[in-house]
Design a protein around this ligand. Structure first.
Ligand SMILES: Cc1ncc(COP(=O)(O)O)c(C=O)c1O
Length: 441
């Protein structure tokens, strides 16, 4: 079926995925005709690569709200914001410490900057099968042994776990390491007092937000925020780095969508929507807990990310049942549970539908939970920059142990690598590999 025909079909299910806007504009902006606003940088319309008027003012307004020195509007997703932040800070052979649960754009950023990576393993929660926080003590001892130019990490995680960015940024400052926080899933933190504190307000040097994931904006909208007290680097370096990756024909409708989204989030309607959503989620959880549903929660968890499990059924089977029998699609699932994402645009009716379905899903009294096994510490044999465009051969996976992978093993979502090019293939990886594996020669 053609793309046009596909999009003309009515969506036949309820989705709890990104973007959360429910396929409707949640704030006013003239989208009757996308073409009407589709300009290049004609006279009087400012230029994203060197903004001087409307775009500069809009970015400045957002930076003031967030408490940043500068905010860049990005029309190609958090991916581009991450690449630009890395390009601005990392020179070839600079040492980079990266949390292993980072999005794959970080690995690609390492290829593009030629930074040398060491991976940092975040804590794990075996009951839920997920990566959780960055342990500040473990980070401190890592930074004491080696100098790193940059530490890059994700908070919140896909499932809504927040790390203690205040402590982490203090440790990074003490060790002269720039802290980049991929806050793609925490865009709302900048605009709500009812959620966790934003990374910038807690001292991160850089934060990156996807506005399309949970903030109600269109796909590809994102912002890159630079902290006021960032050391020894001028804002124009970030502009230069953004311009390396950003198209020279940015979409004005998307730029206006970023502005409209943030105007909405800071308006009474926007803050009320977040408050109401949190109230509805609270009621939703209270009721479902009486039906054998357990939610991932802790004192600083982002409640808009409903990661849940049901007694008597695996996460995989729950996901299939919800899809096949109730037409409800989750964002991701593992052997334990399913993630249903909420945000700007998630209605009470949608939550009601999810709740009713979750109550009805059939379970099996003799169900045995599947034990969770996390990836081993990666063995980096070749730096990411050296892996690109290498000669490779295919070997049978049974002969691939400790050979250097030329492939990226990356379940998506969440887009977290379990094996990247340049890493030794370990016994643990064998179950995930195809019969023939590309290895670098
Ligand atoms: C943690 C994280 N960072 C960055 C990204 C990339 O975001 P975008 O799709 O806006 O480029 C994703 C996408 O899933 C993500 O999960």
């Amino acid at each position: 079926m053609s793309i046009i025909k596909l999009l003309n079909k009515k969506l036949d299910r309820t989705i709890f995925t990104t973007p959360t806007h429910n396929q409707k504009a949640q704030f006013s902006q003239n989208y009757d005709n996308f073409y009407k606003n589709d300009f290049s940088e004609i006279e009087g319309y400012d230029n994203l690569a060197n903004p001087k008027s409307a775009i500069l003012m809009a970015q400045g307004k957002v930076a003031d709200i967030i408490g940043a020195k500068h905010t860049f509007f990005i029309t190609q997703g958090a991916t581009t914001a991450i690449l630009a932040a890395m390009k601005a800070l990392i020179n070839p052979a600079d040492k980079v410490l990266a949390a292993r649960n980072c999005h794959k754009s970080v690995f690609n950023g390492l290829i593009l900057t030629a930074g040398y990576v060491e991976w940092f393993m975040p804590d794990t929660d075996k009951d839920w099968g997920i990566y959780t926080k960055i342990d500040p003590k473990k980070l401190e001892s890592t930074l004491e042994i080696n100098d790193y130019k940059v530490f890059i990490m994700t908070s919140p995680t896909y499932e809504g776990i927040n790390s203690d960015i205040k402590k982490i940024s203090e440790i990074c400052k003490k060790h002269n390491t720039y802290l980049i926080v991929d806050e793609a899933h925490g865009a709302l933190y900048n605009f709500s007092n009812d959620l966790a504190k934003s990374a910038i307000s807690q001292g991160a040097d850089i934060s990156v937000n996807s506005l399309h994931k949970t903030a109600g904006a269109l796909n590809q909208t994102a912002i890159l925020n630079i902290n006021n007290d960032i050391r020894n680097i001028d804002t124009h370096i970030f502009q230069k780095a953004v311009n390396v990756f950003q198209t020279t024909s940015p979409s004005y409708p998307l730029l206006a969508n970023i502005e409209a989204c943030i105007n909405y989030l800071t308006s009474k309607n926007g803050t009320d929507e977040i408050k109401n959503l949190l109230l509805e989620i609270d009621k939703f959880k209270k009721e479902l807990k009486r039906f054998g549903i357990e939610f991932l929660e802790d004192e600083n968890h982002d409640p808009t990310k409903l990661f849940l499990k049901k007694e008597g059924i695996s996460g995989f089977d729950l996901s299939d049942s919800m899809y096949d029998e109730f037409n409800i699609e989750d964002e991701l699932n593992n052997s334990v549970g399913c993630l249903y994402l909420c945000g700007i645009g998630t209605t009470k009716q949608k939550l009601e539908k999810l709740k009713n379905a979750l109550k009805k899903v059939r379970t099996n009294p003799s169900f045995e939970p599947i034990s969770i096994d996390f990836q081993p510490f990666p063995l980096v044999k070749m730096q990411p920059v050296d892996t690109f465009n290498r000669d490779f051969i295919y070997v049978n996976k049974n002969d691939s142990l400790l050979k250097i992978s030329n492939i990226m093993l990356l379940p998506y979502p969440p887009g977290i690598g379990i094996l990247y090019p340049g890493e030794a293939i370990q016994k643990w990886h064998l179950d995930y590999l195809n019969k023939d594996v590309e290895v670098i020669v």
